[in-house]
Design a binder for this molecule. Sequence first.
Ligand code: SF4
Length: 379
Amino acid sequence: MMLPSWYRSLADHALAGEAPDDAVCEQILSDPSVNLLQLIDAAFEVRNHHWGRKVRLHVLNNAANGRCPEDCSYCSQAKSSDVDIEEYPMKSADEILAEAELAHRNGAFRYCLVMSGRGPSAARTREIASVVRQIKASFPLEVCVSAGLLDDAKAAVLADAGLDRLNHNLNTAEERYGDICTTHTYQDRIATLGAARRHGIETCSGLIAGMGEEPAELVEIAKTLRSLGTESIPINFLLPFEGNPVGEPVHLTPDYCLRVLCLFRFVNPSAEIRIAAGREYHLRSMEALSLYPANSLFLDGYLNAPGSSTERTLQMITDAGFEIDADQSAGDLLAAASATSSAVPSPASSAVPGAELVTVRSGSRLKTLDELRPARTRR
Ligand code: SF4
């Protein structure tokens, strides 16, 4: 077993802004003599220093689904995927604004507009910028856009609209990038992040664990994101969907997922570390422990996969003694979520207690059109 001083040293270095060396990083991920609870305790000390007990809720809007000419092997929207998703072109500004209102009502800190495709045209970029302006003028939400590859001119248009953050995930290590995508490169992704940064937009960039990468490759991603000064790091754990070329997730036990979250907290001490897709599926009964290294999560599911209900996620956060970073109290948010869930049964739930988790655990369910476009279907 590791001595208490080993965990103390991890926390002290991170609090001083220093990253652990590669050998220690690999121990965090793979050494069975590293005790998980002591590791989480040390990671929490770092998280608590930078973020207190606050949890930021992010709500994704899948604003244009599918029909993508790229071949990212993990993505249900890729041309190479046979997953039977509900495809649609970009939602109207009215629809996006109505969904932003719902997100704000549910306690969102940040609203993440995601559009499939290699990258937006100049006209599409102006359209996105107009929507960003309208959201910022209407709701106290931070806005993040994920729209594919961008150059400096397009980043400038989004910056001018007041965009807070641009998301573009590295997804995997540089050496492995060609195994998961052949239609663009790792360097294309780095260049997009650089364009955002040059125009004063914060960057959000993360990964998908479970695609066959080695622990050393996860360490490389964590350190690359550190070197890029990435403010926000979403950590996805691969969800299995029949029809995605990437195949089944590899090595993702709850213990390993928690170690990954701790690793990213130690290497990127002040970053907003987000437990993203796969939270429910891979962490299972250990899910609440993810809040100790991570300070942010996605509320209400992912791009094409449902997650836990809003009510269950809010309850988990408050049960674990964390606070929701919102302009409404946790009690009010929970009461509203509870009223909504009893009025409108979610397709992810059923009359059988625990069935929601079983359904999500199956990994096979996709979001329905009602879940993807809640504002449109209410009209
Ligand atoms: S570019 Fe984006 S939407 Fe297109 S396949 Fe890759 S991840 Fe999916």
